[in-house]
Write a protein that binds this ligand. Structure first.
Ligand code: APR
Ligand code: PHB
Length: 391
């Protein structure tokens, strides 16, 4: 079998890339290890920058999002018994969209199904060959049968645990990583959100976040030890702990109910450079991970795909190599700014178990500074809504 661009992974990165290329008349095959049911069952964040909304519109999968989304013009920080409303719209001119990533995954899969796209689910043992030559290939097995797919280019959209990044020789790859000494315990429940906007709470018992999927479905997170077992958290224990960390007027309004999902996720900052090696291009979680505090994971994946699709289209339509050559540099410029912001938001809002009293006082001073300074709030707002693209 042969295709122009072989894509490993059918998460948001792989499926959006396939849509953009197919619309430009470029042939793709997506190889995905899991089955469709598994992809649809994954619970991820749900906050979209305008650039992500525009991308979903560009590939024609934005209709349900526009019907069902919530638009947030601001966000709140709670700390030391106070609450600060940051007016995103006034300070940055932009808003953010609340729409769950599981819904995006469904919209993308439905659109590909309708278009009859080449997506091979349950592709096992995917391996990547010949990336430094001009005919790279992907080998895999399906239901025990071996297959080979010859390509012009390979896009590694296979997430943090995928095979693509590992195919790049270790002496070429530079890894930048920070692992945080805590995790997030998240629950989803069919209860109305406690507040119309998200609240990021810095509390002595640990960070808490109130977020939502819709006017009837809430998502809450608690900072916990990274090895915490979600089984040890009954719904009642979760709600009691959440109430203790929220400002008291918010806690009084909290509507509780049975959880639909409960899980612990570790927090990590990670970047692999370069994002291109020969004819292999990494995108999304395959190349970088952010802690969820700024909700940048999906938004960054979409910005990589924006650069990669434009570079591949320029190659095929205009015989230009410059955008492919600049791919890694263009992506990393934006990625590092989002990494810095996610790390900063994490430091600002969490309680670090080993923090010196000095560091805690500096954190309090920073929160007080943001409270008193329009310039500081503007910096937060413009990063939160998403920094501009290069072109
Ligand atoms: N072979 C084939 N497919 C693979 C392999 C492999 N060896 N390894 C992983 N995959 C698949 C996974 O099953 C998954 O469906 O690659 C896909 C990667 O998808 P995501 O992890 O969602 O990564 P990405 O598409 O880059 O999305 C980035 O979305 O999923 C969130 O947290 C993520 O917010 C981030 C954003
Ligand atoms: C979410 O809705 O799950 C969410 C929102 C904002 C974040 C992280 C997660 O910063």
């Amino acid at each position: 079998m042969r295709t122009q661009v072989g894509i490993v992974g059918a998460g948001p990165s792989g499926l959006i890339l396939a849509s953009l290329l197919n619309r430009a008349g470029i042939d793709t095959v997506v190889l995905e290890r899991r089955d469709p049911e598994y992809l649809l069952s994954r619970i991820r964040a749900g906050l979209l920058e305008q650039g992500t909304v525009d991308m979903l519109d560009e590939i024609g999968v934005g209709a349900r999002m526009h019907r069902e989304r919530l638009i947030h013009e601001g966000v709140e920080l709670a700390f030391d018994g106070r609450r600060l409303h940051v007016d995103l719209k006034k300070l940055s001119g932009k808003v953010v969209t609340i729409y769950g990533q599981s819904e995006i995954q469904k919209d993308l899969m439905d659109a590909h199904k309708a278009a009859g796209s080449a997506i091979v689910y349950e592709a096992e043992d995917v391996s990547i060959h010949g990336i430094t030559g001009d005919k790279p290939s992907l080998r895999y097995t399906r239901h025990g049968k071996p297959h080979e797919l010859t390509c012009d280019f390979i896009a590694g959209c296979d997430g943090f645990h995928g095979v693509s990044r590992q195919t790049i020789p270790q002496d070429v790859l530079r890894i930048y990583e920070r692992v945080y000494p805590f995790g997030w315990l998240g629950i989803l429940s069919d209860t109305p959100p406690v507040n119309p906007e998200l609240i990021y709470c810095n509390h002595e018992r640990g960070f808490a976040l109130c977020t939502m999927r819709s006017n009837t479905r809430s998502r809450y997170y608690l900072q916990v030890a990274v090895d915490e077992d979600p089984e040890d958290w009954s719904d009642e224990r979760f709600w009691t702990e959440l109430k203790r960390r929220l400002p008291s007027d918010v806690a009084d309004r909290l509507v509780t109910g049975p959880s639909i999902e409960k899980s612990v996720a570790p927090l990590r900052s990670f970047v692999a450079e370069p994002m291109r090696y020969g004819r292999l291009f990494l995108a999304g979680d395959a190349a970088h991970i952010v802690p969820p505090t700024g909700a940048k994971g999906l938004n960054l994946a979409v910005s990589d795909i924006r650069y990669l699709s434009r570079a591949l289209i320029a190659h095929y339509k205009e015989k230009r190599a410059d955008l492919l050559d600049r791919y890694s540099e263009d992506c990393l410029a934006r990625i590092w700014k989002a990494q810095r912001f996610s790390w900063w938001m994490t430091n600002l809002t969490h309680r670090f178990p080993e923090a010196l009293p000095f560091e805690r006082r500096a954190q309090q001073a920073e929160l007080a500074y943001i409270e008193s300074s329009v310039a500081a709030q503007t910096a937060l707002a413009e990063n939160y809504v998403g920094l501009p693209f290069k072109d």
